[in-house]
Design a protein around this ligand. Structure first.
Ligand code: XMP
Length: 335
């Protein structure tokens, strides 16, 4: 029978068998999946695990700092390396508007960053070129990812499944991947991962964190991703999240992407002046596993506060719209 205890025991054994005496790095995103994956691997191999958090510049307001702070609690003192790769990702995304191309670029840049981090870690451990570097080069490099079953299915990895979109950690991986993947959650759904996280003693604010996609705000800007557009979206997103939290809706709503239609403008009026700004789309959904979803019936007064605040506080945005499409036919994210 499926119990969280069985899953944990089975995965600990598998991880130990796979990694052996080797060491691993874990791609930490701040979300529940990678935190649970990290906690499992830490239990299995202890301090031979180093977690790596990449700030790709596509995170939400203050998010990187919060993740660094929450990290200690969630993984029982595993090692953490923070990498600032904002410019690298923005350069790689310059001029790109196609959703799948964005996803593949972000997946590739993640891996390149992990490869550099892995090389730095080996150097710090004293494995410099010449001194045992060859022996180390022969050793496998393990990369832990919090990939879930729905990520695999939607990236076309399930039996006969169509590629809906390439999740950054599955279909978005480069072909010349130098890492062997360790993916202890690959057979699980989100609710099961949350149960495992709770059983492992992770704090509620990690276990119940709403999903946020690895490619971040990069796939919530419809059009080219630029720093200026990211800053606009970050402000709107922070307002929507603050109001939904204040209304006590964090557990009712699966997640609420805020999407910037960066290439669309519409005419508005504010004070006595004409505006010609961008719309944002609110995409609140309810779901059990993200495979299907319904649009969330957020109370009008909450929607009204979000709309008023965004158009008052973010000068580039003059229209707030609501996405009332289920999945299917829509997906949760717009790209
Ligand atoms: P869609 O848009 O496919 O999203 O309905 C389903 C769930 O997956 C999240 N999502 C991702 N998560 N990497 C992730 O880690 C990705 O590339 C990715 N794309 C979508 C999305 O936020 C939703 O919860």
């Amino acid at each position: 029978a499926w119990t969280t205890g069985n899953v944990i025991e089975e995965q600990l054994e598998r991880i130990r068998a796979q990694v052996g005496e080797g060491s691993a790095i874990c791609a930490l995103s701040g979300g529940v999946d990678s935190a649970v994956a990290a906690a499992l691997v830490q239990r299995a191999i202890g301090d031979r695990l180093t977690c790596v958090y990449v700030n790709h510049g596509l995170m939400r307001q203050d998010e990187s700092a919060q993740i660094e702070k929450a990290f200690g609690e969630s993984t029982g003192g595993a090692k953490l390396v923070m990498v600032d790769a904002e410019q690298q990702f923005l350069d790689a995304l310059a001029g790109v508007t196609d959703p799948e191309t964005k996803r593949k670029i972000i997946g590739r840049e993640f891996i390149r960053t992990f490869e550099r981090a892995q090389a730095d870690i080996l150097r710090e451990q004293g494995v410099v070129e010449g001194e045992g570097a060859e022996a180390h080069a022969e050793q496998k490099a393990f990369l832990v990812q919090g990939t879930l079953y729905p990520d695999v299915v939607e990236s076309g990895g399930g039996d006969g499944a169509a590629n809906i979109k390439s999740h950054h950690n599955v279909g978005g991986l480069p072909e010349d991947l130098a890492f062997e993947l360790v993916e202890p959650l690959r057979a699980l759904f989100k609710d099961e991962v949350r149960a495992v996280g709770t059983q492992l003693g992770l704090p509620d604010d990690i276990v119940w964190r709403q999903p946020f996609p690895g490619p971040g705000l990069g796939i919530r800007i419809i059009g080219e991703v630029t720093r200026e557009r990211l800053d606009i979206l970050r402000q709107a997103d922070a307002i929507a999240r603050a109001e939904l939290t204040a209304a006590g809706l964090d557990r009712t709503i699966w997640q609420c992407p805020v999407v910037l239609l960066a290439d669309v403008r519409s005419v508005g009026v504010q004070g006595d002046g004409r505006t010609y700004g961008h719309p944002v789309v609110l995409r609140p959904v309810t779901s059990d596993d993200a495979m299907t979803a319904d649009w969330a019936k957020v109370p009008y007064d909450v929607l009204s506060r979000i709309s008023t605040r965004i158009t008052n506080e973010v000068s580039e945005i003059n229209r707030v719209t609501l996405d009332i499409t289920s999945k299917p036919p829509g997906t949760i994210e717009w790209e």
